[in-house]
Design a protein around this ligand. Structure first.
Ligand code: PLP
Length: 459
């Protein structure tokens, strides 16, 4: 692809190292530059509009033109554009946001620590597990169990929690002390003839065996997304978390719920933990915390864990962890306004009202010859494309059928994301309407028809 010298495209190719992009292909493909947003739509520099079917990166819960968030940022920028929360100082938006979250979430949480991202939230969790167990005189209780297929971010610790090959390749992660168990996706990982209940029992037994073989005294925490997101959108099979929780309690293993995607009404309730019946000890948040308008993440912990951190300060003085921008006033003000909008606009009620239609349209795609499974909950879902529907066999990854469908969807005015195993993820802004859900699935259906013509053998 040739670009005019010094065009934004040419400068992008010259200077910009893109995150999560095929760098070898980028010079050929070039950047697709976006200029503005309106409701659930975004518009590129050629003036083309798209439904943002993934809410950007699973985060723009209130769409792309919420003036109240712009005003909140501006008000805070004018009043105090930066100040920090180190050494007993504090800014009001951080205080109010922490207080709001503690009062609002249903698992009993005592304190909130702010980060700039989901990765930093999970990195902080790993450090807290270490600190907590060192303080409690159990320095060996630090290993963390995650699941294959999980996505927890990309710092060294967060990438070690992540169970996806593309985040590990050549980065020398996972670091020692990070363990992974089977992904709870029945469709793929069930054995021949195994019922869903048997599948769950096998996974719980696997976890128990791992805890026993490593030694429960060495396992500090278990981390899980209530509904796995970037790995493929996997709602938990019935009974999975119900069986895991007592096992963790029995061995005094902390449960970290990674709510970075599932937080804030995505699955219907405020937290994915509410939807999935989980009672975590620690919660990671980001993304829809601020509707994606400002970078902010959060870690919530129980009073009991906080007490141990306080004990640490009695011993060491300073709690030696914090980012320059922990509780930055502008992202905190925007996040607080986001929460107020969720309440004022009754977003939970709205999501409850429209998700049945979203799920019905999603599941009807399951009839398509290329779709092996259509799955989801609330306003998140995915379809997995397969070559052999009866045999549950994916296409050869080299054919890149998932990315092909995502590209075809763009031709039909829809942005969706292709995940591993040719899985197409759908996660629109929460403000989406019934009519827009129809437009979204009509466009995706048209892209599937294109794919059927290009790749189908049985249609
Ligand atoms: N945890 C989950 C469940 C995520 O989906 C993500 C990002 O997609 C992260 C953590 C990392 O968040 P960030 O990209 O803000 O670092």
């Amino acid at each position: 692809m040739k670009h005019i010298v010094n065009s934004p495209q040419a400068r992008d190719l010259r200077s910009h190292l893109h995150p999560f992009t095929n760098l070898a292909a980028h010079a050929e493909v070039g950047p697709n530059i976006f200029l503005r947003g309106d409701g659930i739509h975004v518009y590129d520099d050629a003036g083309r509009g798209y439904i943002e079917g993934l809410a950007g990166l699973w985060c723009a819960s209130l769409g792309f033109s919420e003036e109240r968030l712009v005003d909140a940022a501006l008000r805070q920028m004018k009043a105090l554009p930066f100040y920090h929360n180190f050494a007993h100082k504090a800014v009001e938006p951080a205080i109010e946001l922490a207080d709001y979250l503690v009062g609002k979430v249903s698992p009993p949480m005592g304190k909130v620590f702010f980060t700039n991202s989901g990765s930093e939230a999970n990195d902080t969790q790993v450090k807290l597990v270490r600190y907590y167990n060192n303080l409690r005189g159990r320095p060996e209780k630090k290993k963390i169990i995650a699941r294959r297929g999980a996505y927890h971010g990309i710092t060294l610790a967060a990438a070690s929690l992540t169970g996806l090959q593309y985040s590990h390749n050549a980065f020398d992660v996972p670091l020692p002390g990070f363990l992974h168990v089977t992904c709870p996706h029945y469709y793929h990982y069930a054995k021949e003839g195994e019922s869903e209940a048997e599948f769950v029992a096998r996974l719980v037994a696997e976890l128990e065996q791992l805890i026993e073989s490593e030694g429960p005294e060495t396992i500090g925490a278990f981390i899980a997304e209530p509904v796995m997101g970037a790995g493929g959108v996997f709602p938990p099979p019935p009974g999975y978390f119900e069986a895991i929780e007592p096992l963790l309690r029995k061995h005094d293993i902390l449960f970290i719920a990674d709510e970075v995607i599932t937080g804030f009404y995505r699955t219907g309730r405020m937290l994915g933990s509410d939807t999935c019946g989980i009672r975590p000890d620690m919660i990671s948040m980001a993304k829809a915390l601020s509707g994606g308008y400002q970078p902010i993440g959060a870690v919530m912990i129980t009073d009991e864990i906080h007490e141990v951190l306080v004990e640490g300060s009695r011993r060491y003085g300073l709690f030696g962890h914090g980012f320059t921008y922990s509780g930055h006033p502008v992202p905190a003000a925007v996040a607080l306004e986001t929460q107020r909008i969720y309440d004022a606009d009754a977003i939970e009620t709205h999501v409850g009202a429209i998700s049945p239609h979203f799920q019905a349209r999603l599941r009807s795609l399951g009839q398509h010859p290329l779709v092996g499974e259509a799955r989801g909950v609330g306003l998140i879902g995915a379809i997995e494309l397969v070559e052999d529907k009866a045999g549950r066999r994916n296409f050869d990854p080299g054919k890149k059928v998932g990315p092909w469908v995502a590209q075809a969807a763009m031709e039909h005015g829809l942005i969706v994301r292709a995940l591993v195993n040719d899985t197409i993820a759908i996660c629109p802004p929460l403000i989406v309407t019934d009519r827009q859900i129809d437009q979204l699935f009509d466009a995706l259906g048209a892209a599937l028809e294109d794919a059927q013509a290009a790749f189908g053998t049985n249609g």
